[in-house]
Ligand binder design. Structure first.
Ligand SMILES: Cc1cc2nc3c(=O)[nH]c(=O)nc-3n(C[C@H](O)[C@H](O)[C@H](O)COP(=O)(O)OP(=O)(O)OC[C@H]3O[C@@H](n4cnc5c(N)ncnc54)[C@H](O)[C@@H]3O)c2cc1C
Length: 383
């Protein structure tokens, strides 16, 4: 590597933006390219909010990564002087099977992070706006919270540019040559290292190496209106919450701009992230309203205010992909956030900078080799 290696990062979402910023902070000369811009409406990092939590059941690699990411989000937030992180706590609710909660609580304690395991009756006293019927396991992670998604992507790129980085709006063509980046207009950029952080577009950019290993699945989020003057659905009275049941449902405390956000984490059908019309129908809304009426009875008649169609860029095992291209050690592929990648942005940036500049190999859990010869599907941990 040159003294000041030239790196091109393609994709300015949560993964690419943080990778570009961290590489630059560690001395690289970085150019960041994106077809549309950081956190745009078709990217997986678009929209208003994401959950940050370190509750990952037995998947301690992610508990550790989330703990590191939380530390870095706080550090950057202090440096930026404005907030993209609001600490609300996160409440995990589940029925008869409490293994996820127990394993998460053990992992959080081992990482030195605060956690509370509560009897359902105590939780019902503390959060009376929630109907805890059928819930037997409640775990509360006080340090968890809400990240501003598109705003954080913009803040990362603003910092990158303010510190001297180059960011260009430029679509990149599927690479026919691996030693350069080829723009859609045919011009090429050379670099010592190239990082493709193209989210749900990675499969079409690398049809052989990635292809169906990353699927863009249709995910709908909804915003409902809370009663006027009612603070019980707003932080700090309501934290972020998730329920592990037949489906995984999750939601955010209401905010003044959008309302009470709720979504079903179940993977939707595959979509094309560029051309999908992103239309929401009553078939999307009705089941969510039914759930809302059960779990948050005072919102049974809440008006549906708006919704958004986003996509997970899902790998078959929900683990990230962070690896070099099999035919070139200077080409990196990073993605497969699988519905839980956003929070990890700063930790991914750090990991990528170590890998690209320092030759530190990422954990084999993220490698492309795991797909060789098939794989066992694993439980999914989104949000
Ligand atoms: C509804 C929903 C809820 C979620 N909830 C959470 C949550 O609560 N917590 C959490 O941690 N995560 C969550 N996630 C997951 C998380 O948001 C994603 O994993 C993460 O944002 C992915 O970031 P990315 O940078 O890999 O992809 P993207 O954000 O899609 O960025 C990829 C970028 O690459 C650019 N690009 C692609 N192809 C090209 C090209 N050829 N040329 C130039 N540029 C190109 C695109 O324009 C895009 O900006 C959620 C995702 C969704 C959709």
């Amino acid at each position: 590597m040159a003294v000041r290696p030239k790196v091109v990062v393609v994709g300015a979402g949560a993964f690419g933006g943080w990778t570009a910023l961290t590489l630059q902070q560690q001395g690289a000369n970085v150019t960041l390219l994106d077809a549309w811009g950081p956190g745009h409406a078709r990217s997986s990092s678009g929209g208003d909010t994401r959950i940050i939590r370190a509750t990952y059941g037995p998947r301690r690699i992610y508990t550790r990564m989330a703990a590191r990411a939380l530390h870095l989000w706080r550090e950057h937030q202090a440096a930026w002087g404005h907030g993209c992180l609001e600490t609300t706590g996160a409440l995990w609710m589940s029925g008869a099977d409490n293994r996820f909660g127990q394993e998460s609580a053990n992992a959080l304690r081992d990482e030195g992070m605060p956690v509370e395991v509560l009897p359902a009756a105590e939780a019902a006293d503390r959060w009376p706006q929630i109907n805890f019927s059928g819930i037997t396991s409640v775990v509360f992670e006080p340090d968890a919270g809400v990240l501003s998604a598109r705003r954080a992507c913009g803040a990362v790129v603003d910092r990158f540019v303010a510190d001297g980085g180059t960011c260009r709006m430029a679509p990149v063509a599927p690479p026919r040559r691996l030693d350069v980046v080829t723009l859609a207009d045919g011009t090429t950029l050379d670099a010592d290292a190239i990082v493709y952080a193209c989210g749900p577009w990675l499969g079409s950019l690398f049809p052989g190496v990635i292809g169906p290993r990353i699927t863009a699945t249709r995910q709908v989020v909804h915003y409902f209106g809370t009663p006027a003057g009612d603070a019980s659905f707003v932080s700090p009275h309501l934290p972020v919450w998730l329920e592990l049941g037949a489906a995984v449902m999750y939601g955010f405390p209401a905010d003044a701009q959008r309302g009470f956000k709720i979504a079903d984490d179940t993977s939707g059908p595959p979509i094309d992230p560029t051309t999908d019309p992103r239309v929401i129908t009553p078939d999307d809304i009705d089941p969510v309203r039914e759930y809302l009426a059960h779990r948050f009875p005072r919102l049974a008649d809440a008006p549906w205010l708006s919704g958004e169609v986003c996509q997970y860029e899902a790998t078959p095992d929900s683990d990230f992909i962070i690896d070099t291209h099999p035919d070139s050690s200077k080409v990196w592929i990073v993605g497969g956030g699988s519905g839980h990648g956003f929070k990890m942005g700063p930790a991914i940036g750090e990991l990528m900078a170590d890998a690209v500049l320092g030759d530190t190999a990422p954990d084999p859990a993220f490698s492309l080799h795991r797909f060789a010869g098939g794989h066992a599907a694993q439980p999914k941990w989104s949000a």
